[in-house]
Structure formats: structure tokens, C-alpha cells
Design a protein around this ligand. Sequence first.
Ligand SMILES: Nc1nc2c(ncn2[C@@H]2O[C@H](COP(=O)(O)OP(=O)(O)O)[C@@H](O)[C@H]2O)c(=O)[nH]1
Ligand SMILES: [Mg+2]
Length: 373
Amino acid sequence: MSEAAAEAAADGQAGPEISVIVPCYNEVGNVGPLVAALERALAGRRWEVIFVDDNSPDGTTEAVRALARENARVRGLCRVGRRGLSSAVIEGALSSSAQIVAVMDGDMQHDESRLGALVDAVRSGVCDVAVGSRHVEGGDNSGLANAWRHALSDGGIKLAQMLLPVKLGDPMSGFFALRQETFARIAPHLSGTGFKILVDLLLSSPHPLRVQEIACGFRARLAGESKLDALVMLQFVALLLDKLCRGWLPLRFVAFALVGLVGIGVNLLVMQCARALGFDFPVAQGIGTVVAMIINFQLDNNLTYRDRRLRGVRCVWGLLLFMLVCSVGALANVGVADMVYHQSREFNEASVAGAVVAVVWNYAMSSTIVWRR
Ligand SMILES: Nc1nc2c(ncn2[C@@H]2O[C@H](COP(=O)(O)OP(=O)(O)O)[C@@H](O)[C@H]2O)c(=O)[nH]1
Ligand SMILES: [Mg+2]
């Protein structure tokens, strides 16, 4: 230890040893009780809590700031225009300079009294990751809201266990601890999508991580509502697929192309309806195209680019840009198809070549212009 570091330690000015990373969205009623609970659970240790909040509309951001003004152990990281539990945890953990990071939910469902045991297991070196587990002896999952949530959780666990390189009873746990340097080393390989950051870490680590499970209870949420929905479940399947394909299959592109296929169906359907109503083909096709673009935009905004979702005026502006991008894509489609047809005289080959160029163009422009970071 340097002289300056020894002096800071003696003055009680040394940085925290533990950062508790808490992703939170609309948790205004929970952040205060959580800080109070951490004060009790981590008494005698050097710790901080980092709330990573995605600009919650319910006042969570302000509540965290008010707590931080009075308590130097509280830090807040507010992300604007972003959503996502896993990506929030990644940014929080990378903002930490502590030796150990622990991750827990911001709704009081995790039993904070087990935090010390998680941290000690990592510090002792018996494991790389200590996981608060509801599925080892002494663990308890009674806080899950209903039978449907139990079935979902159990199904997810079975699915994850098929891919994991380590034996783990509760891979769906969001309560765990590891060294900050271990997290930082794996961070460049993480998918960062969805809710299951532990699964992401275990599947992304270049070297298998040694895991220790520590029995934990799981309480009912204190205040507010769960943010888990059907799309989060889809993201979990996408995460597993992404890891199974070792990242060579860009899942966002696959989602974009599938949405594009839906668009073709919508275009055909609306065009046929318009024809049935007596419109000429060019008008009917024009109506079908516009409706398909609007529906594609909505689907991409809520699925493909969910983490960068546009709202309000930005959504209207995004739709106009998207239509412009797709119109240029359609022109490129016809141009390329025409060029290929002149060389090969093959309708199908020419048509597929045009469609591929258009979908790649639409995707590249959508990612960089419409839903830019
Ligand atoms: N920053 C951030 N936190 C989130 C997001 N979605 C969920 N969370 C937080 O992640 C934790 C777990 O989410 P929760 O909705 O309780 O999931 P459940 O326990 O599976 O029902 C809670 O603290 C949420 O506030 C998000 O999009 N961004
Ligand atoms: Mg919860």
C-alpha cells in the first residue's frame, strides 16, 4: 500500500471495498427501504450502492439523488433513452472501483442479509462467482407472484442449465457477487440483452467460472410492479441463441429480417383489400406499402430496437426517417434486381439479390440513423 493510500485508509477516506449494483426502473417506493436494509446488512464493511436507473418517470431518479445528498454511500447513474436490466448492471459494475461487485434487485425481493456471505465467499477465493440461490437446501422461492411465474422460472432454469458450462441450481438468480476485475474482463464479451445477466456472464466468460451457491430467500416485491413481460422472455431465448451461435449470428438483424417478412405479408393483405374496394393496382400497392412500413416501424421500435425505443415526437420523426430509409431501400431493390436480371436472365435470382441488398441497407440505416444510440 502506498503512503497516500495508507493515509486515506487511516482517515476513513479509502474507496469502498464492495459496490452493490442495483438496476432500477420505477422503484421510487423501494430505494429508501433498500438503502436502510443495506446499512443494517453491511454494517462494519466499506461499501457503496450504485442505483442504475433508466430515467424512471415515477421519480426514482430524484429519490436516489435525495438519498445520495445525505449519504455518501449512495450513488446514482441515470441513463437517458435507454432500457434494459442487464445493460444497466454492466454500466453500474464498470463504473465501480471496488474490489467486489454484488448485484441485486431494487424491489427488496433479495435477502440482503445474505450479501455478507456472498462477498466473503468471493473474497476467500473459493469461487469466482457467489450466487444467491433459491434452489439449494435452505433456499426459498416463495416470493414469486404466482404459479405462472414459478413455471416460467423453472422452465428458464432448465433451458439455461442445458447450455451452462457449470452446475448451477439457480442460474436465473439476479443476486450474486464477483470480483470487479472478473466482471470487467468478461464485459467485452457480454450480450447485455434482457434480464439474465448472470447467465450472460457465465456463458460469455472465456474461461469457465467457479461458482458457489448460497441459500437465499426470495420475498414478495415491497412496492411497485414487475417489469417482466413476454418480450423479456423472448430476449432470454435470444440471449441463449446468441451464446449458442457464439455471436456469429447477429440476432438484431435476424429480428429485423423477420419483421421485414411480416411487412411483406401485411403489404400483400392490405393491397388485396384495397383492390377489392376498387382501387387501381398502383394506388392499392401504395396504400399496402405505407401500412406495412408503419407496422414494421412499430414492431421494430418495440421488439428489434426495444432497448433504444423511440417515444413521443422522436417516434414520429423516427417513423418519417424509417419510411425514407425504406423507400431508398425499395429503389435499391428494384435497381439491383434489374441489374442482375440483365446479366443472368433469372427472375428469382434477380429478385432475391434485390431483396437482400434492400434488407441489408434498411438494417444498416435503421441501426445508425433511425434508432441510433
Ligand atoms: N435500469 C433498469 N432496471 C430495470 C429494468 N427492468 C427491470 N429493472 C429492475 O430490475 C430489477 C428486477 O426487475 P423486476 O421487474 O422486479 O423483475 P422480476 O423480479 O423478475 O419480476 C428491479 O429492480 C427492476 O426495477 C430496466 O429496463 N432498466
Ligand atoms: Mg422483482
